[in-house]
Design a protein around this ligand. Structure first.
Ligand code: PLP
Length: 244
């Protein structure tokens, strides 16, 4: 996080235009799919972005921010004690950061193993809370990505639903990078089908949320049923090249 000066006015005007454009595109995509714009939560992905720019976007009305590293998130969360702000973890969580994550985040979207779910439940319990989570699925089976294999999902979901201090909210996926977002439509459709099957197979939670879609493909994801889109670059601008 840069110790930068306050976000300059020109930059805030850029942010405002980008937030307005994203809202319009999300609303149009929702309407095309016969859904209400409010059905889709925009998580502003603020990894590598400094606290001033996060505050700027918060003041423009987006209140939920996504971070992929616990350490980086911790500094920003401390710097921004804003009443309605909510932070969600969207990156792989290492076991030595579980205790911290269980108290810092409003939701952990990147639960990719039963062992991690069990550890989070235990730590959330120690902190006296019930932690909302999503199960991350590696739909396309990419070796470079974390996430549960679709075949393992039913058993893991059943076990997770029985944990006392987690609230399973749904499923999350990161689609492969593709030049044409239509290429990854089957990935989003598959996540929705996996969720629909879970609803029948695992009693209890209704797994309401599908977190899928980023800057390059969120409109296709909304068409396939996304209720949460995670958008970084289209809101904050390009990140430094090494920070994906
Ligand atoms: C970085 C990141 C995003 C946002 O990506 P953009 O292409 O900048 O919109 C979404 N989800 C996850 C898991 C990420 O790591």
């Amino acid at each position: 996080m840069a110790e930068s000066a306050a976000a300059d006015p020109a930059n805030l005007a850029d942010l405002a235009a980008r937030v307005r454009a994203i809202r319009a595109r999300v609303a149009m995509a929702a309407e095309r799919a016969g859904r209400a714009p409010d059905d889709v939560l925009v998580v502003a992905v603020s990894k590598t972005v400094d606290a001033d720019h996060v505050r700027g976007v918060y003041e423009l009305g987006l209140k939920t921010f996504g971070e992929n590293r616990v350490q980086e998130a911790r500094g920003k969360i401390a710097a921004l004690p804003l009443p309605l702000i909510a932070w969600e973890l969207i990156g792989h969580l290492q076991s030595n950061k579980v205790a911290r994550a269980a108290t810092l985040f409003a939701r952990v979207q990147s639960v990719d193993s039963l062992a991690l779910a069990e550890a989070l439940s235990r730590r959330a319990g120690e902190a006296g809370r019930v932690l909302p989570i999503l199960l991350e699925i590696n739909v396309a089976g990419e070796a470079s990505k974390s996430g549960l294999a679709p075949d393992d999902l039913p058993d893991v979901a059943r076990a997770v639903a029985a944990l006392p201090h987690l609230r399973p909210d749904g499923l999350m996926t990161v689609a492969p990078i593709a030049a044409d977002p239509e290429t990854v439509r089957p990935v989003f459709r598959r996540l929705r089908e996996l969720r629909d099957r879970l609803r029948d197979a695992v009693s209890g939670p209704s797994w309401p949320h599908l977190s899928m879609g980023m800057t390059d493909d969120f409109e296709v994801a909304i068409a396939e049923g996304a209720t949460i889109v995670r958008i970084g670059r289209a809101i904050f601008g390009a990140r430094p090249p090494t920070m994906t």
